[in-house]
Design a protein around this ligand. Structure first.
Ligand code: BES
Ligand code: ZN
Ligand code: ZN
Length: 470
């Protein structure tokens, strides 16, 4: 989609966002009323060369949804040049909200469609009534477009089927992103995992014909105001392993690479948002399969930090991969300010918080508050789940240090996070947060301005966190 800022330029159709009919011209008001248009969300009415779109409030999320509705209507029309006014009455829209609504809201995964829809619309944002300078608006536009293209890149990655996107593919993608953005990129295969005691991660990928990949990307600004480390679960497919999922449970498990994929999106935008932190992304790219050489329930695995893990369920594989990646991160990177991990870790998270909300867990209330701020800014929903003194005993093992899966499902998003806590060094406890994105990362239905399938969850949330002023 081609979006530019204009002042007075020819157009085919104009999008008009309305909260009520109050400010409409008499004639238009009459026609709108007659067609039952009341300016409510999801209502849309075309009159000549004006597309009226209803909106509940001028809140950022509502604006995105309104523009998403408008563009999806216009996508099917002949109109080529679409004008958008930066303001509606007294309200001036943020460029970010308009662009996200349009670009994220019109995404479709067409790679595997014989016939592609291909509708190249031109968007003209009329900034005549803006209170901001052209330079600032242009800057906002470029940033917004960049972030949207990172989100859509993540969607493409996650939506790509497992036969076409496996651990090596993820490594190649990481190298490409590194090259384009001037990042450092290190990739390690299974030999490295074995030599460095990363047996938990290695075991998960043992039965796959695709070699597991440990990927480490680094972004360094000229002057750094701190060090941020991200770790991502990159299960390019999760069939559950020998603790096999049901046929139904296996469908859409290509989405299990969403954590690592989100990190690729974030890394792809750091240069363009002029990020002031040094940022590391560690991706554990693995495929969880079955076979004669598969790891088994009853196996005991020793992770990189020496902790032994009794495998009780091979479908609780994400935490095994993350445990070694977390160890790698803290061995290799010193003086960490923040360490966050991202994973589609538990089905229980979807049961607990629903399909739209990521769970956030950690020991620092201050850090969680900062994430809440980033959530409000980005529109990505988060919910906080609490640790307590009783839950850790659930992951005790009779034969090893800990189990990878508890006998009761009670609180299993929290016990999964407590499992990971065993791999966080003392000095980093308050710097760590765990993000379970199993709900919002992928859904077989569109919602708001998110499409069917992958959403790119966590990218905008974390970019908002990195850009916060305080
Ligand atoms: N990748 C799944 C979690 C998941 C489920 C993500 C649904 C997205 C949608 C994870 O590896 C898994 O299978 N978790 C198990 C853990 C259990 C065996 C302790 C689960 O949630 O049932
Ligand atoms: Zn699993
Ligand atoms: Zn999984």
């Amino acid at each position: 989609m081609d979006i530019k800022l204009v002042k007075d330029e020819k157009y085919d159709i104009e999008i008009i966002v309305l909260k009520s009919l109050k400010r409409c011209e008499k004639d238009e008001k009459k026609i709108l009323k007659n067609s039952n248009f009341e300016a409510k969300e999801a209502q849309i009415q075309l009159i000549k060369n004006k597309l009226f779109v209803g909106i509940n409030s001028f809140d950022g999320e509502d604006i995105k949804i309104a523009f998403c509705n408008a563009i999806n209507f216009l996508k099917k029309s002949k109109f080529e040049q679409i004008k958008v006014n930066i303001s509606s009455g007294k309200t001036e829209f943020e460029i970010e909200h308009i662009v996200q609504g349009l670009v994220l809201g019109s995404y479709e995964f067409e790679k595997y469609k014989e016939e592609k829809k291909k509708s190249e619309k031109k968007i003209l944002i009329d900034i005549t009534n803006s209170s901001k300078s052209i330079e600032q608006l242009q800057d906002e536009l470029e940033k917004s477009l960049n972030i949207c293209s990172s989100v859509n890149m993540v969607r493409d990655i996650v939506n790509t089927p497992p036969e076409d996107f496996y651990p090596k593919t993820m490594a190649i993608k990481a190298e490409q992103i590194a090259k384009e953005n001037g990042l450092e990129c290190k990739v390690f295969g299974e030999e490295y995992l074995k030599q460095n005691g990363m047996n938990a991660m290695y075991a998960v990928g043992q039965a796959s014909r695709h070699e597991s990949q440990l990927i480490h990307l680094t972004y360094k600004p000229i002057v750094s105001k701190g060090k941020v480390v991200f770790v991502g679960k990159g299960l390019t497919y999760d069939c559950g392993g020998l603790s096999l999922k049901t046929g139904e449970g296996m469908v859409s498990m290509k989405c299990d690479k969403s954590g690592a994929s989100a990190l690729l999106g974030i890394m792809n935008s750091l240069k363009d948002i002029k990020c002031e932190y040094e940022v590391h992304a560690i991706l554990g790219a693995v495929e969880n399969m079955i076979g004669g050489n598969a790891y088994k329930p009853d196996d005991v695995l020793k992770a990189r930090n020496g902790t032994t893990i009794e495998v009780r369920n091979t479908d609780a594989e994400g935490r095994l991969v993350l445990s070694d990646c977390l160890c790698y991160a803290q061995d290799e990177i010193k003086d960490i300010d923040y360490i966050f991990d991202f994973a589609t870790l538990t089905g229980a998270c979807i049961i607990g918080l629903g399909e739209y909300t990521s769970a956030v867990l950690g020991h620092s209330e201050k850090l969680k508050k900062r994430i809440l701020k980033a959530s409000k800014k980005s529109g990505e929903l988060v919910g906080f789940l609490p640790f307590n003194r009783y839950l850790p005993s659930m992951i005790k093992s009779q034969v090893a240090d800990i189990v990878n899966s508890t006998s009761s499902k009670a609180g299993s998003t929290i016990t999964a996070a407590l499992f990971l806590d065993n791999f966080i060094k003392k000095e980093n406890k308050k710097k760590w947060l765990h993000f379970d994105i199993a709900g919002p990362a992928y859904r077989e239905k569109s919602w708001g301005y998110n499409p069917y399938g992958a959403t790119g969850a966590a990218v905008r949330l974390i970019l908002a966190f990195l850009q916060r002023k305080k």
